[in-house]
Design a protein around this ligand. Structure first.
Ligand code: SF4
Length: 160
């Protein structure tokens, strides 16, 4: 990973280096859960079923570098794409910075502890099943239930 500027998370998203962009992710794993779209209403339906590459105990991708070789439709998140994506959680660092909101107070870039995302109840680690064992996704529709503890705290204005 390249050098990271001091408090780079307060900078506009479109000015971040690749390394800074990657470092912004809190590792919650929520974007790695399958979603369904209601054909009639367009509503996004959440499931508790994880992508086959997600380590469901740690909420980390087991092959991040080569993930698109195994999951071709895995989205590569960019600042340009963000406004079009409706299913990312409100806690997502990219979503918040795109709205010029601060990082959640539990974000590891602020606390120095990557496990704080789990303590905040935001990580999917240990709370989901893998698609290899799930069967039909329609049987696993859930209310979005991963917390947003601390996401709304702090005042508006910063990173990107
Ligand atoms: S939802 Fe956002 S912060 Fe959480 S793992 Fe996905 S990209 Fe990272």
């Amino acid at each position: 990973m390249g050098a990271l500027r001091a408090q780079f998370w307060e900078l506009p998203l479109d000015t971040l280096t690749r390394a800074e962009w990657e470092a912004l992710c809190d590792g919650c794993g929520q974007c790695c859960l399958h979603k369904l779209e209601d054909a009639d209403t367009g509503e996004v339906l959440h499931t508790n079923v994880a992508c086959k590459l997600l380590d469901i105990e740690t909420a980390q991708c087991s092959n991040y570098r080569n993930r698109r070789a195994f999951v071709p439709d895995c989205l590569r998140l960019t600042a340009r794409l963000l406004p079009e994506i409706r299913w990312l959680p409100d806690t997502c660092a990219y979503v918040r910075r795109a709205k010029d909101l601060p990082l959640p107070q539990w974000h590891y870039l602020l606390t120095g502890d990557r496990d704080d995302v789990r303590r905040a109840g935001v990580s999917v680690a240990g709370r989901v099943i893998t698609e290899d064992e799930a069967g039909p996704l329609e049987h696993h529709i859930v209310e979005p239930s991963f917390g947003d503890a601390g996401a709304s705290t702090g005042t508006k204005a910063r990173r990107a």
